[in-house]
Ligand binder design. Structure first.
Ligand SMILES: Nc1ncnc2c1ncn2[C@@H]1O[C@H](COP(=O)(O)OP(=O)(O)OP(=O)(O)O)[C@@H](O)[C@H]1O
Length: 799
């Protein structure tokens, strides 16, 4: 019988695998001569994970030590295909799961992703030579056939991302894993931020624990992602990294960042947070993802419920506390304490302590030593005397009763005494490019000033922070913008609505988010230009985090605090904690305030009537419902006269309501007018999209009403628009030079005329007052002179 010839593709696979084996052999000889600097122990005898995770001389795997098979960098052997298929299925499920968890992802986005994937595939196909193409078809990972190719990272990414390798010099210096570098290229991060530069070598190359403090928006998330990204993949999928964050939104955001950073690897990331279906999360945990990001409450719920994957804390290589100082605040997160107690103890703790780990498998001391702990926050350094300790670089290994709770927690989490302590915060703790300012006003006028900021300067995204959501009553939100570019976020909302609010806020570049402090920490939404502190927070830390939602990642932004007399002392002590003498006052055009006050007063009256009505209805229906429940017939005991009076009262109130509504609508349909409003031109210190819409609406209305040729006189033209953001307004106020022209709406004029005529330059109120005074004095002088002349004349006549 003729011998069956192996198919050409299988012989190619065979050749490839032989080539890879030969290469590996020669590489391992070369590796023996390489030095590896590591703080980790060399003794790996009793460490079951050592072969996979620890380099030849301890620490992370070096680039030369990377086994390409673990990254899917060689084409899968035939017997591996089955497993690869299984894995892909799991991944697909996980993806479905995660998008389920965030099932508010707009369909369009999903479609775009699908399109992108398609594009990528086409690109890859084009690049492949015939031999490359043969084996690569089964790999879900990039088509790299040998480790030599992996070394030149730019080649791996070529064709998908435009790369000038020299631009990424600083990253290349860090010798990160090629697949991680690929993600960095695709993210377009040209160079590491200072905190990344400081943390990555300590964490990834020296294997150290890290306590990191750096300003908000400085890239701390990616600083600990490096540790995770340098991972190897193990087919038994133990839990490798556990990241704990204080809020659900932050956990989901960090998980998304990690997914992005690990997108070219097989590493799977899920978020475990409260407010979402725990059954679904349990199902996702069955796929044994390597990285879990979660909030303490739900994590502990599932852990204590006996989830197998979560109980495998002995396999943990990385334990991260993000926004650590928030989690140790008094009365918060008892669950975090419990989770930490489940961790196998580090070498710093006594052996006996490991008995505390009830659900955990008992592990060797070596495994415990191998776990790295990372603690991050922008405001760690603010807490008590921790800053001094950070500077001295002294973290005590034993609780002598004088440690701060953060130190206690770090120690309990197994933080080693030689942890790298990186404090990059400046004296003021705030982000470098953040401009702070304040508006002093009465408590009851805060709504008016907020309305002013949003209508006159509403460019870019704005977050308005308050302590309790109820302080900014719904009337403001409805009346400010009925076409609803304003969203709310607070803890009483359902989790799905919370995520939806964030998505919608992200989707519109001029949206407003009214939020409580659940949004203060960690939320990374690009394009937030302004943060308004409608109410001051209870602590300096929260002020820093709130303000840090703008001016992120080297961009600029501003925050404005509304300070009422009762806020003054709180604000002074807040400024003291940042060593600030004074803050700039936000420049205001007070001539707009009377009209704003009028609009708000109408809106308040309307809201009062509506609320009274709905309360009455609710009371009535409550009474009727209860009567019905006990089968009571309700007699209408009111006399005829009372009924008539009631009816009259209701009619009167509804007429009044109608009138108020009409009045408000007519005000809202025209732009804000300054007190000294010229019907020829209108100019302001800045025009928000909202105001701009109003102008345009008005111009359209005028054009519609006047179709004849003689309509020129009543035509509105919107010209010379040059929006002024709050930040710009602040900077202009500081400038000595002329203020920018902003907008002119010209009645009965053409563009030329409008440009040529007087524009209202944005003046500072003090200047205006001075001009008025001068004019008054001049008038008084003239009057006096005339009087004197008259008396002289009269005297002359008499004599
Ligand atoms: N090397 C980099 N180059 C450019 N942008 C980066 C870099 N690293 C991170 N970023 C971006 O900077 C933004 C802020 O990063 P991140 O959320 O990690 O900041 P953070 O320090 O954790 O802030 P916070 O203290 O407020 O939580 C993110 O949008 C991130 O994508």
């Amino acid at each position: 019988m003729a011998e069956k010839k192996p198919s050409s593709s299988s012989s190619q696979i065979q050749q490839r695998s032989n080539k890879a084996k030969k290469f590996k052999q020669s590489e391992s000889e070369r590796l023996n001569s390489l030095k590896w600097n590591s703080s980790l122990p060399n003794d790996t005898e009793d460490d079951p994970f050592a072969p996979q995770f620890v380099g030849a001389e301890g620490g992370f795997l070096s680039l030369e030590e990377i086994d390409e098979c673990d990254y899917g960098l060689v084409f899968p052997e035939e017997e591996e295909e089955e497993e690869s298929k299984k894995r892909k299925k799991c991944e697909a499920d996980l993806n479905v799961g995660s998008s389920d968890t965030l099932d508010d992802v707009p369909n369009e986005e999903k479609k775009n992703n699908a399109k992108k994937n398609k594009k990528k595939k086409i690109k890859k196909k084009k690049k492949k030579t015939p031999e490359e193409g043969a084996g690569a078809t089964n790999s879900s990972l990039p088509c790299v056939s040998s480790i030599e190719e992996v070394k030149d990272v730019s080649e791996v990414v070529e064709g998908e991302v435009d790369i000038d390798e020299t631009e990424f010099y600083a990253w290349n210096e860090m010798r990160l894993h090629p697949l991680l570098m690929k993600s960095i290229y695709s993210l377009g991060f040209k160079e590491p931020t200072p905190i990344q530069k400081a943390c990555v070598p300590a964490a990834a190359h020296q294997g150290k624990d890290v306590i990191g403090a750096a300003e908000t928006g400085s890239g701390k998330t990616l600083a600990f992602e490096k540790g995770n990204g340098d991972e190897n993949v193990v087919h038994e999928n133990p839990l490798r990294a556990l990241i704990v964050t204080p809020t659900r939104e932050l956990a989901i955001q960090v998980a998304d960042h990690l997914k992005e950073a690990a997108k070219f690897t097989n590493i799977r990331v899920i978020s475990i947070v409260g407010g979402m279906s725990s059954e679904k999360q349990e199902r996702l945990l069955k796929y044994r993802p390597e990285i879990i990001v979660g909030t303490p409450g739900r994590l502990w719920e599932l852990m204590s419920g006996g989830d197998e994957h979560l109980a495998e804390l002995h396999s943990l290589s990385f334990f991260v506390l993000d926004e650590a100082d928030r989690m140790i605040e008094n009365g918060h997160f008892q669950e975090l304490q419990s989770i930490i107690d489940m961790l196998p103890m580090s070498s710093g703790s006594s052996e006996g302590d490991s008995q505390m780990t009830q659900n955990c498998v008992t592990v060797s001391s070596l495994q415990r030593k191998k776990r790295q702990t990372f603690v991050f926050s922008a405001t760690i350094a603010l807490s008590a005397d921790f800053r001094k300790k950070l500077k001295r670089g002294s973290i005590k290994s034993k609780d002598d009763g004088r440690m701060s709770s953060l130190e206690t927690l770090s120690t309990r989490a197994g933080m080693r005494a030689d942890a790298a302590i990186i404090d990059l915060t400046n004296a003021s703790i705030m982000a470098n490019k953040l401009e702070e300012s304040l508006i002093e006003c009465r408590e009851e006028d805060k709504d008016s000033y907020l309305y002013y900021l949003l209508t006159v300067h509403g460019q870019g995204r704005t977050i308005v922070f308050c302590i309790a959501y109820s302080c900014l009553t719904s009337y403001f939100i409805h009346f400010y913008d009925p076409c609803a570019n304003i969203w709310t976020l607070h803890a009483q909302m359902q989790q799905r609505s919370r995520l939806k609010a964030i998505d919608r806020f992200r989707a519109n570049e001029h949206a407003v988010l009214v939020a409580t402090d659940v949004a203060a920490r960690g939320l990374d939404i690009p394009g937030v230009r302004t943060v308004v502190h409608y109410q001051l927070p209870h602590s300096a830390e929260v002020y820093v985090h709130r303000s840090g939602r703008t001016a992120r990642a080297s961009s600029d932004g501003c925050c404005i605090a509304l300070i009422s007399p009762s806020d003054r002392s709180k604000f002074t002590s807040l400024c003291k904690s940042f060593s600030k003498e004074s803050l700039q006052r936000f420049p205001l055009d007070m001539s707009l305030m009377p009209e704003i006050t009028k609009r708000l007063s109408l809106a308040r009256q309307i809201d009062k009537i509506l609320r009274k009505d709905s309360q009455e209805k609710a009371q009535k229906s409550w009474f009727e419902r209860n009567a019905e429940a006990v089968e009571l017939d309700i007699d209408d005991n009111d006399s005829e006269e009372e009924n008539v009076n009631n009816h009259k009262r209701k009619k009167k109130s509804s007429l009044h309501l109608q009138k108020l509504q009409q009045e408000l609508n007519s005000l809202l349909s025209s732009p804000l007018r300054p007190r000294t409003f010229s019907h020829r031109f209108l100019a302001g210190s800045g025009v928000s999209p909202f105001l701009q819409n109003q102008f345009e609406e008005l111009a359209r209305e005028r054009a519609g009403n006047n179709t004849s040729g003689e309509s020129k006189r009543s035509k509105f033209v919107v010209i010379g628009q040059n929006c002024v953001e709050p930040l710009q307004a602040l900077r202009n106020a500081g400038d000595e030079g002329p203020k920018p022209l902003v907008l002119a709406v010209a009645q009965h004029c053409n563009l030329k005329e409008a440009n040529g005529v007087r524009m209202d330059l944005k003046e500072n109120p003090d200047k205006r007052i001075a001009v008025n005074l001068r004019r008054k004095r001049k008038e008084e002088k003239i009057n006096l002179r005339d009087k004197r002349r008259n008396t002289k004349k009269a005297l002359g006549r008499n004599s």
